[in-house]
Design a protein around this ligand. Structure first.
Ligand code: URA
Length: 295
């Protein structure tokens, strides 16, 4: 990183911390919730600082980092991952064996969550679909409030099921390098989650009754954490969040809003790990669009 760019980065981080403290004071003193970072004028100022200092152009001129991460387990066996890139229509059958839950009760259940901790607790205890019987851990997702980006994937894989943390396997490590290339980091700028919170056995595609049951948690998470943008990765997440059964190759060419938040769709990191020649360039283009939405 250039020296000036590093200074700028540090200054912005400091500024962000000061604003967060100011928001807290305002909230405690006046019992009012103000998001200074989302004030349009403020965003415009930050955008012009980044543009004038050349940081935005430098990021645009870079390339999506190559990866030496392998889509395999530490013992060398292939990771069981969903086929994130097959442009198939969503499976219309309900096959989990649980009662269909597309009535309003699951929405009310999730809507009754008052804060993130409440959602995390309810997800960890959840028995709304059959995946509760096969999971080791539910994976509610984690990250910061008011993140610059909320990344939404499909479903936990083997590593995530083992740990209860989102995107910690090979795909997650690669996702970290994408975000790092945009100067975005877990614990500071991101919230990372999935459409469904429990791993489907063998990483099969989630069934519609499973996504129906789980989606209210995600919607409530979005309402509570208020991300500035959403990055939706992979075909399944894209089809569900856009409500369009087109292939990911087409879905990624449009811009969307989900629950009122600007959203970019791109390929799943697993797909890029498997086929970097084909997907690295389009992913980098998509990440540039995301960057423009943030600032
Ligand atoms: N793939 C996903 O879509 N989500 C995860 O959490 C891990 C892998």
């Amino acid at each position: 990183m250039h020296k000036e760019e590093e200074k700028l980065q540090n200054a912005l981080t400091e500024l962000w911390d000061i604003m967060e403290s100011a928001e807290l004071v305002l909230m405690n003193t006046y019992n009012t919730s103000i998001n200074l970072q989302e004030t349009p004028d403020f965003s415009a100022v930050i955008h012009s600082i980044l543009r004038d200092s050349g940081v935005l152009e430098r990021i645009e001129a870079e390339d999506l980092p190559e990866s030496n991460i392998k889509d395999e387990n530490p013992d060398g066996s292939e990771v069981e991952e969903a086929d994130y890139n097959t442009d198939l229509e969503l499976n219309a059958d309900s096959a989990s064996g649980h009662a269909p839950l597309n009535d309003s009760s699951d929405y009310e259940y999730a809507a009754s969550c008052r804060n993130l901790a409440d959602i995390t607790w309810k997800v960890n205890e959840c028995t709304l679909c059959g995946l509760c019987e096969t999971r080791t851990h539910a994976v509610p997702g984690n990250g910061v409030m008011n993140p610059k980006v909320m990344v939404i994937g499909e479903a936990p894989g083997a590593q995530e099921d083992k740990t209860g943390e989102p995107f910690v396997g090979p795909a997650g490590k690669y996702l970290d390098t994408w975000m790092g290339a945009l100067k975005l980091f877990r614990g500071r700028d991101l919230f990372i989650g999935n459409i469904i919170k429990c791993r489907p056995p063998g990483n099969r595609d989630p069934f519609p009754d499973e996504t129906d049951a789980c989606l209210p948690y995600l919607k409530r998470q979005i309402q509570i954490i208020k991300p500035r943008t959403i990055l939706c990765v992979g075909r399944i997440a894209a089809q569900i969040l856009t409500g369009d059964s087109a292939g990911i190759g087409r879905l990624r060419t449009s811009q969307y809003t989900y629950e009122g938040i600007p959203m970019i769709v791109t390929y799943h990191p697993s797909a890029v790990l498997r086929n970097p020649e084909e997907y690295r360039k389009p992913v980098w283009e998509d990440l540039q669009k995301l960057l423009k939405l943030i600032y």
